[in-house]
Ligand binder design. Structure first.
Ligand SMILES: NC(=O)c1ccc[n+]([C@@H]2O[C@H](COP(=O)([O-])OP(=O)(O)OC[C@H]3O[C@@H](n4cnc5c(N)ncnc54)[C@H](O)[C@@H]3O)[C@@H](O)[C@H]2O)c1
Ligand SMILES: [Zn+2]
Length: 683
């Protein structure tokens, strides 16, 4: 086979193995672990064969790894780094050396684990973070357990922060133990190897499964201790209601230093942990695997009240616990920081546990918040395994700190792209399955917000959300704004889905054009129910959350040129729009003290994409003006000062401007988006 063919074969096998291993959560946590293969490829400079290492680069996830996510390094050069290694105190300097080993500039940046993969003398190496393996790795007698479970086929390597020295340690251990198929890395995870990709994968799975089987066969019946009275999971409905009632306060707690997006889970593993006696002691011990600290912080905040405690009592106690948590975190930072440590990154918890209710996890976006929650579930599984066999003993606080505030991690954070303008903000847009609302939801998401698309039809709402992005960005739900219970449920779903609520857009509407004598009471009621009453209901339900969160917020009303302009055949619609317009001023006056800004937009003549125009109104207006319906937008444009057609996107631009930091000192304002209509000038 040609070298190119051989290279493709090696890389193909590595990707397939990585994807298989990564897609089973029992094998490794999200984006945790890495896999590598060594092989030959042609050196484009000399035409000669050179030995290469292909290894998962920094940051990627094994389950979705592609060749572009691999770093390719010259093995001779990588191994030669050992000869200039200045010792463990300066091991971080070796990372810069990886760049001098790269084979071409394609490919991902090498991760900290590159040394381990290069130095270990096996063609194929996996490094994984399986719950079962970490349970052994964090048991106080992990070394003895490793011997008991695996004999001499899997060897114990004491805890050491990942880096060049750990790579040397593992390589030396393998050389001294030629019979070994892998090792348990104290406090951390596992590494396995093989001469072929299949052998390596088999060895990894053997370690993971043997550890899991040993735990299953030897665990004490109640690793988390006896059941705690009053701490059992609340019934479904009650649990969800309490979670929604607490969510705004919990977000305020998590966002004291900087605003966060949240994720809620009532997974069985979490509720079970919180229902048993040992959970306060174990939660305090914190997590162990190095991947955890940036995502979950050293330890969670745990509400120390039973599930049966009232929402009011829970909130009062959480507030006290928050102050204590912040003080403790600051003390942990102060105890461990050195002159070179990066600045403290905020002292709020990233994981909050509420007995009977579940877990709230936080991050800079929904994906980060969700993964933080997944990681804590991993930690619970690890603690259950370790406590079932012996005693959970994670790495020391000072080592945790050395990872959380590692200069290399800090450098990674500094390299992250600047957040988008609406990052961490959570929006609820009513009537967002169509027209202007959909354009608004799309724009807010593009600017970094998480968006809930609410509309009458659940399928249309879901379809619009799916067009905007995955469920970490946008979700659709049914909510008739005239129905107070439905609106409350939509707000609850919003806070349970994304942790809170910041931007509310009252956009749902419809339009009947009739002269006074033809307007029925039912017509009047419909216009007023959807637009005037509907936006009152939505604003009221949302304001409770905005006030409790203490993060300010924005309420934007899509009113209309017709809230100002008086013309014939529009009594019900325009009166309802005028009502909405005055709600803007009334609520701006009332909510200002909470930092909530309330503004409005007066669009006009938005024909394209609008369901209002498509649903017969457009045909009627076109007939009135004597133009074909498809030219109605252009016709409206001719009547404007700017002679421009107004599109849904133009209204969305104005919503973004109102919600952006640039208009932070503006409330009670209406912005016309009508291409200039003199009769609707605000004065
Ligand atoms: N199109 C324009 O020229 C124009 C001008 C000024 C103001 N507006 C206002 O802009 C808003 C959006 O209009 P559009 O042109 O995009 O219309 P559209 O019909 O395309 O969108 C309105 C959406 O609101 C939804 N909706 C209706 N009743 C609802 C209810 N009870 N609960 C929840 N959702 C409901 C509809 O299902 C629809 O998806 C409306 O408030 C409208 O009055 C439109
Ligand atoms: Zn690791």
């Amino acid at each position: 086979m040609s070298t190119e063919g051989r290279e493709k074969g090696v890389v193909g096998e590595l990707i397939a193995r990585s994807n298989r291993l990564g897609s089973d959560p029992r094998n490794t946590n999200y984006a945790g672990g890495n896999a590598s293969a060594k092989g030959t490829a042609a050196d484009p400079v000399t035409g000669e064969d050179v030995e290469l290492l292909w290894v998962k680069g920094s940051g990627g996830h094994l389950a979705t790894l592609t060749p572009a996510g691999l770093a390719a390094l010259r093995l001779d050069r990588l191994r030669a780094l050992a000869s200039v290694y200045p010792g463990v105190d300066r091991e971080d300097e070796m990372v810069a050396g990886f760049d001098y080993c790269l084979h071409g500039k394609e490919g991902a940046a090498p991760s900290i684990d590159t040394a381990m993969h290069g130095l270990v003398g096996a063609a194929h190496v996996d490094h994984l973070h399986p719950d079962s393996g970490i349970a052994i790795a964090t048991a106080v007698d992990g070394e003895a357990l490793t011997k008991k479970i695996f004999g001499d086929t899997v060897v114990w390597v004491p805890w050491r922060r990942p880096g060049f020295q750990l790579g040397l340690d593992i390589a030396a251990m393998k050389d001294a133990n030629p019979q070994a198929i892998g090792c348990i890395l104290g406090g951390h995870g596992i590494t396995a190897w093989g001469d072929s990709s299949a052998e390596c994968e088999g060895n990894s799975l053997h370690i993971i499964e043997a550890a899991a089987a040993y735990i299953a066969g030897h665990s004490r019946p109640e690793p988390f201790g006896p059941v705690l009275d009053g701490y059992a999971a609340l019934p479904d409905q009650e649990r969800r209601a309490k979670a929604a009632a607490l969510a705004p306060t919990l977000r305020a707690i998590a966002s004291h230093d900087k605003p966060m997006v949240g994720h809620y889970t009532d997974a069985e593993a979490v509720l079970d942990f919180l229902a048993h006696a040992e959970h306060p002691r174990l939660a305090k011990l914190g997590t162990s695997c190095p991947d955890h600290f940036l995502r979950t912080k050293v330890k969670p905040l745990v509400l120390d009240l039973p599930a049966t405690a009232s929402v009011e009592d829970a909130i009062a106690r959480l507030t006290e616990l928050h102050s204590a948590y912040r003080a403790e975190y600051q003390a942990y930072y102060d105890r461990n920081a050195t002159r070179d440590s990066p600045a403290i990154r905020g002292a709020d918890p990233l994981i909050i546990l509420v007995p009977g209710v579940g877990m709230f996890s936080y991050g800079k976006d929904k994906q980060t918040a969700r993964v933080a929650g997944e990681f804590y579930v991993n930690a619970i599984n690890v603690m259950r395994g370790a406590e079932g066999l012996s005693t959970y003993a994670p790495i020391d606080e000072s080592e945790k700190f050395r990872i959380e505030y590692w200069a290399l991690e800090e450098a990674k954070l500094q390299r992250m792209p600047k957040p988008k303008p609406l990052a961490t903000r959570i929006a609820l847009v009513t009537g967002a399955a169509s027209g202007i609302g959909k354009a608004i939801a799309t724009r807010l998401a593009a600017e970094g917000a998480c968006v809930v698309v609410a509309d009458l039809d659940p399928d249309k709402a879901a379809a619009a959300a799916a067009e905007i992005g995955g469920t970490d960005v946008a979700v659709g739900l049914a909510a008739d704004v005239t129905d107070e219970a439905a609106v409350r449920a939509a707000v609850d779903t919003t806070v349970l889905t994304f942790g809170g609520l910041d931007l509310v857009v009252n956009n749902a509407g419809l339009s009947l054009s009739k002269p006074l004598l033809e307007t029925t009471v039912a017509d009047w009621d419909l216009q007023h129910n959807v637009m005037a009453k509907g936006s009152f209901i939505v604003s009221k339900a949302a304001a409770r959350v905005l006030i409790e969160q203490k993060l300010g917020g924005d309420i934007v009303y899509i009113s209309s040129k017709n809230s100002i302009f008086a013309g014939p055949s529009n009594i019900a619609y325009s009166a309802a729009k005028a009502d909405q317009a005055h709600q803007v001023r009334l609520l701006a006056a009332e909510l200002g003290e909470h930092g909530v800004r309330v503004n409005g937009i007066n669009p006009d003549g938005v024909v394209r994409g609008s369901g209002i125009f498509a649903g017969g109104w457009g045909a009627k207006r076109a007939a009135v003006y004597g133009v074909p319906e498809e030219e109605l937008g252009a016709h409206y444009a001719k009547r404007t000062l700017l002679k421009r057609e107004v599109l849904p996107e133009h209204v969305a631009n104005a919503v973004f401007a109102l919600c952006s930091a640039d208009l932070s000192h503006t409330t009670g304002l209406h912005i016309p988006v009508d291409a200039g209509v003199t009769a609707a000038f605000l004065r």
